[in-house]
Design a protein around this ligand. Structure first.
Ligand SMILES: [Zn+2]
Length: 395
């Protein structure tokens, strides 16, 4: 009888040990998933703060602080479509962007968010069903409270390059995203350009786009009081402030050779000459935009890498890197504190993909070691240490 009960006891102990191991494994997997898929976004984005404006506005003796607008700029989200997107790739990238965006929204509370084109990867050829699916996923990922404005600029992947774009694709895009080109808030004018239509070949879409820009230029000149009031009509005047130009294609630059920083293009690619109307706008279109609008700041996407360029009379252009891990290991977004006369920009990195991958690989290795120790294929570090000490003592 005693041997039978001893056998049962041993069996129970083995069962308990195995269940304990299983529990340990589940706890580790759960903790790592929670960290890599959720907490890491808070840990990383908590380090970002709105940049401070250097000089507050003064009015005589009394300081009259102008209202500051908190604007967030991101670019090239490239939501994968049904043709080129593997479901796992899609799931992973979209979850990452959703978590990063929602965490940033909660922590930083921007008033307006601008996405600088290439929202979708396959808007240039997607069927109406695929387009509707992509839009639905976008709206879920980038959901935001009503008091936060989300403004979107069109990119070549949304409607196709100049040779692919059609009125149908533009209308389809503008049905989802407001087609407004001019947006003013807190005394700041933002001009959102369809840079794909600045081919300069006189096509219908291009002519319309240019006519719209000339009209905006006219309104801006009225706000600068450079035109006689009879030329400006009765409409609501724009705030008297040089605009911030937002577009997908960057203004013309030869290459990224002068770009620096950890998220600039890789050194071996920086010297590659850009193709006008493909990588960057043509010289002519860039010059027209600068003449017509006289912006104080330009923000663009498309290159997927960061860069800061100075144009003409010191107009700064910021290339906003891609927000998707599919395009880079270290995505980021730009945070802007803006008034009608000043602006300060800062960059907020979101978690690096390599950190997440290293954490997963490290955990997988740790779990394998734990299992091997449990089944006796490896000595536990404690036993190994004792054996080592014993060996030294005998020597
Ligand atoms: Zn693009």
């Amino acid at each position: 009888m005693a041997t039978i009960s001893l056998g049962f006891g041993r069996q129970n102990f083995r069962l308990f040990k195995r269940s304990f191991l299983l529990l340990k494994l589940i706890a580790v997997v759960f903790a790592v998933l929670l960290f890599c898929e959720f907490l890491i976004y808070y840990l990383v984005i908590f380090r970002c703060n709105w940049p401070e404006l250097k000089t507050p506005a003064y009015d005589g003796e009394q300081e009259t602080l102008e209202p500051v607008l908190k604007a967030m700029f991101l670019a090239d989200t490239h939501l994968l479509g049904e043709v080129r997107g593997h479901w796992l790739d899609k799931l992973r990238r979209e979850w990452q962007m959703e978590r990063a965006f929602q965490t940033a929204l909660w922590w930083l509370q921007p008033e307006v968010v601008f996405i600088l084109g290439d929202i979708f990867d396959e808007g240039k050829w997607s069927s109406s069903q695929a387009w509707a699916d992509d839009v639905e996923r976008f709206q879920k990922m980038f959901r935001h409270p009503r008091h936060v404005q989300l403004k979107v600029v069109v990119g070549n992947h949304d409607i196709g390059f100049h040779y692919q774009m059609s009125t149908y694709r533009i209308k389809r895009f503008e049905k989802v995203f407001n087609p407004e080109r001019l947006f003013s808030w807190k005394g700041i004018n933002f001009v959102m350009v369809n840079s794909v239509a600045l081919e300069g070949d006189g096509c219908n879409i291009c002519s319309e786009a240019e006519a719209e820009l000339i009209e905006i230029s006219h309104k801006l000149n009225c706000s600068r009081e450079e035109l006689h009031s009879s030329q400006c009509g009765d409409g609501q005047p724009l705030p008297r402030s040089a605009p911030v130009l937002l577009q997908h294609f960057p203004l013309y630059r030869r290459s990224d050779a002068n770009c620096t920083g950890e998220d600039a293009a890789p050194p071996e690619e920086r010297g590659t000459l850009f193709k006008e109307r493909y990588d960057v706008l043509s010289r002519e279109a860039s010059q027209k935009l600068l003449w017509w609008l006289r912006p104080r700041l330009v923000l663009s996407g498309h290159t997927h890498s960061a860069c800061e360029v100075l144009h003409g009379a010191g107009i700064s252009e910021i290339s906003v890197p891609s927000f998707s891990w599919r395009n880079r290991n270290n995505p980021s977004f730009i945070m802007g504190s803006m008034t009608s006369t000043e602006y300060a920009l800062g960059k907020c990195y979101i978690p690096f993909e390599s950190t997440v991958l290293i954490t997963y690989c490290g955990t997988a290795g740790f779990l394998v070691v734990l299992i091997l120790i449990h089944f006796g294929f490896l000595d536990s570090p404690f036993i190994f240490g004792c054996q080592l000490l014993r060996k030294f003592k005998t020597v």
